[in-house]
Each structure stands twice: as C-alpha cells, then as structure tokens.
Design a protein around this ligand. Structure first.
Ligand code: IMP
Ligand code: MG
Length: 180
C-alpha cells in the first residue's frame, strides 16, 4: 500500500495525543522531582516524535539516549526475538532510567530491553509507552506510564510505521489487524 494512495483512518487525533502527552509529562516530572539524575532512553525509530513532544514538557532535568532494535518488517511478519542494533552511548549506572517506547504489542521488546538496561546497574528502572495493545500481550511486563490502551489493529503515524511509511502522519491511524 503506497502512502500517497491512502490516508489511514484516525484512531487517536492530534488533540488527544497532545493532551495525553502533557499528562504523561506532568506525571513523570512529579515522580522524578526527587529522583535525579534522570536518563530517558528512547527506542528508535518509532519513538522519535512522541519522545520529542514528551521531553519538551518535562520540568525536571534529564539526559537523553537511544537504543534501536529490529523486530518487525510489516504487518505480515511475526514478532521475533528483538535484535539490538544501537546501544546507549552513556553509562547508566546510578541513574534513574526511564525507557520510552512508542508501542507495547506482545511485550517482547520492552521485556528484553528492561532486562538489558537492568544489567547496567541503574538506580531505578521504569518504562513509559505511548500505546499498548492489551489483547496482544504475551509477556508479563509492567508499563509504568501508558498513554493509551488500543485495540488489536496495526497503527501508524506519530512516529509509527508500516514498512517505513506513515511515520510523519500527525495523528495515530490504523491500517489493518495485527499479525496473529
Ligand atoms: P513487541 O515486542 O511485540 O511488544 O513489539 C514492539 C515493537 O513492534 C514496537 O516497538 C513497534 O516497533 C512494533 N509494533 C508493534 N505493533 C505495531 C503497530 O501497530 N504499528 C507499528 N509498529 C508496531
Ligand atoms: Mg518501538
């Protein structure tokens, strides 16, 4: 499906995204006011727009870093063991670390990344995800900050892709059911 041929229907519009990101930033700022130093670790590429909006509303000092994992290629690909293709550039030991994801689907990626980050001896470790698909969860993962629980559909936009397309849509749209 070529991007130009289709504008995916809206699941979460821009105003709802903005409102929820503001709420998440307020909650995180309150929780980390006395927990410093704070390091946010974003999961590329899908998180880049959410993270940019979130961090600009944080009122607590923080540093930013990123990891990248390869796990999906499109809706027709089953989830596999996520592969780390970019690691953080900074030492996380003694820092309060908040992993920031675009979406938790089966939970495998977040679960692996939380394990990996825990080995870096952070002072604390939590997780924030803009989206979560509760029907698809196959791992026990605690997501400390969730933007929206969504149904089992493939979502795009606001950073999320289908075969590297649609990331720049300003809203979260949907294009198909998730692979089973
Ligand atoms: P999990 O390991 O199954 O939880 O999958 C997490 C990763 O799969 C996310 O970080 C996304 O990169 C990708 N993913 C899962 N569902 C979607 C979706 O609906 N749209 C776009 N990417 C998705
Ligand atoms: Mg992701």
């Amino acid at each position: 499906m070529a991007e130009k041929e289709c504008q995916p229907p809206v699941l979460i519009d821009e105003a709802a995204l903005a409102r929820r990101v503001t709420e998440l930033a307020a909650a995180i700022s309150a929780d980390y006011a006395a927990k410093q130093p704070l390091a946010l670790v974003g999961v590329l590429k899908g998180v880049f727009i959410f993270m940019a909006d979130l961090v600009r509303q944080l009122t607590v000092p923080h540093q930013l870093d990123f990891v990248a994992v390869a796990s999906y290629r499109g809706t027709d690909t089953l989830p596999g063991q996520p592969q780390l293709i970019l690691d953080v550039a900074t030492d996380l030991a003694g820092r309060h670390v908040l992993l920031v994801e675009d979406i938790v689907d089966t939970g495998q990626t977040v679960s692996c990344l939380m394990q990996l980050l825990a080995e870096r001896h952070p002072a604390s470790l939590r997780c924030c995800s803009l989206l979560r698909k509760p029907e698809r969860l196959r791992q026990t993962v605690t997501v400390d900050y969730v933007g929206f629980d969504i149904p089992d559909v493939w979502v795009v936009g606001y950073g999320l892709d289908y075969d590297q397309q649609y990331r720049s849509l300003p809203y979260v749209g949907f294009i198909a059911p998730s692979p089973t």
